[in-house]
Design a protein around this ligand. Structure first.
Ligand SMILES: [Zn+2]
Ligand SMILES: [Zn+2]
Length: 235
């Protein structure tokens, strides 16, 4: 690029910022700097004091596992999320999932990357082909690419969906988990690489377990899961 062009671009973006100052994507307040939300909204994101060593949900300090992980085998080695799926965090996830807002994805991905254990490659829960065609983007992929960038790891589409997601509403937890079996297949064989699977929200963990199973089946190593948020209560 010619130096004069980039100078012109900087001059122009300076003017754009003056005329349209960046606003917090959650509350609309004017902000400075590169974050997509104001400090007030950022501070409202709730974190857990202690989390389940397996699925990452908030638990009472002093315990190791949540009641679900105490009785249920998970195919992934660990899962972590920024916090509970509520309030500001929920609004941010919405912006990524339904609007494909990349600045928000970048913000969330940086927070998620802080929680990651060692891995060699980053991937994401694959889209439903029909939904991808309708929306034109896939929130989990945007998040996955941003997490990969934040961790300086390759981001690769290692999974594909081979069956449409079953309806989740009105089903028991057991039914939901069973209905997820065989939903994904891997796009290539692994050689023991540790993989990070990124998704927007962790609900029952059935999706994460199926994604992990598909990767382990073809030779990938330990699978960890990073999501923006973890649902709490009945969802
Ligand atoms: Zn705000
Ligand atoms: Zn757990």
């Amino acid at each position: 690029m010619w130096p004069s062009t980039s100078r012109a671009a900087r001059w122009l973006s300076g003017w754009v910022e003056l005329l349209f100052p960046p606003r917090c994507l959650v509350c609309g307040k004017e902000i400075e700097g590169l974050t997509p939300l104001c400090s007030g909204c950022a501070a409202e994101i709730r974190r857990w004091e202690a989390v389940c060593q397996v699925c990452g949900v908030g638990i009472e300090p002093g315990l190791d596992l949540c009641p679900d992980c105490a009785v249920e085998a998970r195919a992934f080695a660990w899962a972590r999320s920024i916090g509970p799926y509520e309030g500001v965090l929920r609004a941010l996830v919405f912006l990524v999932k339904y609007e494909g807002e990349r600045s928000v994805a970048r913000f969330l991905a940086r927070e998620m990357a802080e929680l990651a254990e060692e891995a060699q490659v980053v991937t994401w829960v694959p889209p439903d082909p029909v939904r991808l065609r309708e929306r034109g983007f896939h929130g989990a992929e945007i998040l996955g690419q941003e997490v990969a960038k934040a961790l300086r790891l390759p981001g690769r589409p290692l999974l594909r969906k081979i069956a449409p997601s079953p309806p989740q509403v009105g089903r028991s937890r057991e039914e939901r988990v069973r209905a997820m079996h065989g939903l994904f297949s891997a796009t290539k064989r692994g050689h023991g690489e540790k993989v990070l699977v990124v998704d927007d929200v962790f609900t029952t963990g059935a999706t994460a377990s199926e994604a992990a199973r598909a990767l382990l089946d073809v030779g990938f190593g330990e699978v960890g899961v990073l999501t923006c948020a973890h649902t709490v209560g009945k969802e």
